[in-house]
Design a protein around this ligand. Sequence first.
Ligand SMILES: N[C@@H](CCC[C@H](N)C(=O)O)C(=O)O
Length: 292
Amino acid sequence: MAAQTNVLDFIKYQGLGNDFILVDNRHQKEPLVTAEQAKSICNRNFGVGGDGVIFALPPEGDVDYTMRIFNSDGSEPEMCGNGIRCLARFVAEKDSSGPVTHRIHTLAGLIQPTLQEDGQVCVDMGPPILSGPQIPTSLQPTQGEAVVQAKLAVEGQEWLMTCVSMGNPHAVTFGTADGKGIKVDNLDLAHIGPRFEHNEVFPARTNTEFVEVLSPSHVRMHVWERGAGATLACGTGACATVVAGVLEGRLDRVCRVDLPGGPLQIEWREADNHVYMTGPALPVFAGSMELK
Ligand SMILES: N[C@@H](CCC[C@H](N)C(=O)O)C(=O)O
């Protein structure tokens, strides 16, 4: 008797080079692949290759559908900014008469991407979370409940960290306590990134953003992602960067964030305290693979 094979259909998408395997999972509540399988699928030599696997699941509550994601190390984050733009485009292509604004349930709550006529996707990412224990970090609050420019010793330097959750945890640094700013091109991310990600002050690990300010409305940012390492872009990280920059008095509420994969436009809107992210999302190829 022939062994039964389990074939996964997917479309690979990318948002500024942050790349994902998208799966239409709207017919069943559980993701079609396990965390371990996601890790193999993301492998760039032995699998499809990607920074994560994203599932469109049936709606939970009063929404259009639910999103879940596995990082390339198989861990499950609460949210993904570039990923949710890709997901909105993916579902829109499948349901050509679907809504322009999608209401998506995530582990970080309700997120609403809007497909713009110019092909970009603008996402209402909701309000940032600033309370240390909720981020979570054990770094002590310095501005009310917020952890702003808290000192953290890593690799013999005291880094100034501002912590922000966009549903998932971020630690943003513009430089060290001796007044040295960041030059993103000089960073050895593969060496330094894990020392932040796994630092004991971040009990759920963290994404870390290293930011070079070009002007109050324009920065360069390189990211070390929890569960995925150095990626070409991070949407939630770009949002956290602008929130941190505003809290530190360095940035305007409307700011362009240049990532290795390209720019994102971010606004932390005073009127509703929500963060809005605008950027691209593009299909790369469709495929199917046998799941082991
Ligand atoms: N690249 C994403 C963030 C993905 C999740 C992150 N690695 C985490 O574990 O929190 C983005 O664009 O936001």
